[in-house]
Design a protein around this ligand. Sequence first.
Ligand code: SF4
Ligand code: SF4
Length: 166
Amino acid sequence: MGNNMELKQVERNCGNCDVCCNILEVRELNKKSYCNCTYRAEGGGCGRYDTRPSICRDWNCAYILNLIPGGEEVKPNNIGLMFYPVSAKNNDLGMSMIMGQEVWKDALLTSDAQNLVKWIGKRMFVMIRHYNTEEFSYSGPKEQVEEFLIRHHNYMSKQNNLNASS
Ligand code: SF4
Ligand code: SF4
């Protein structure tokens, strides 16, 4: 993948990828993040497709939503990163962003991954969770990074005050 990445609206499907059935939390099933779903079928796919929880029904990653450029090489099971849009009302910071998660350790370190993160970060604030940790990297347009830092600082202060008073 080079630096000249263009976003094209193309037909995309999950095919041989099912990484979201491992790395996402599914509260309805008491499934933790980075943990295989009990219903993850051998060879891919969902073992309870017709009765899967609503979060699984509604779920689409940024690859499927055509929000990132590239072909099969940027599919989460190939590049090792899964991205998804998060609206302001669905996160503690009240800020719209693209969230990402490493599918395997150090997936972020390849040049393809770095180029993709750079591409997203030029357009929107992106925060990436490192494989199976609570560590994050972030990037984005300067004003959005500044907004994130302020919101994060305020959120942490509020949490600390709540903890101190409980
Ligand atoms: S991570 Fe994306 S491409 Fe892979 S199975 Fe989930 S929705 Fe499909
Ligand atoms: S219920 Fe099916 S779609 Fe949902 S996480 Fe489990 S295997 Fe994936």
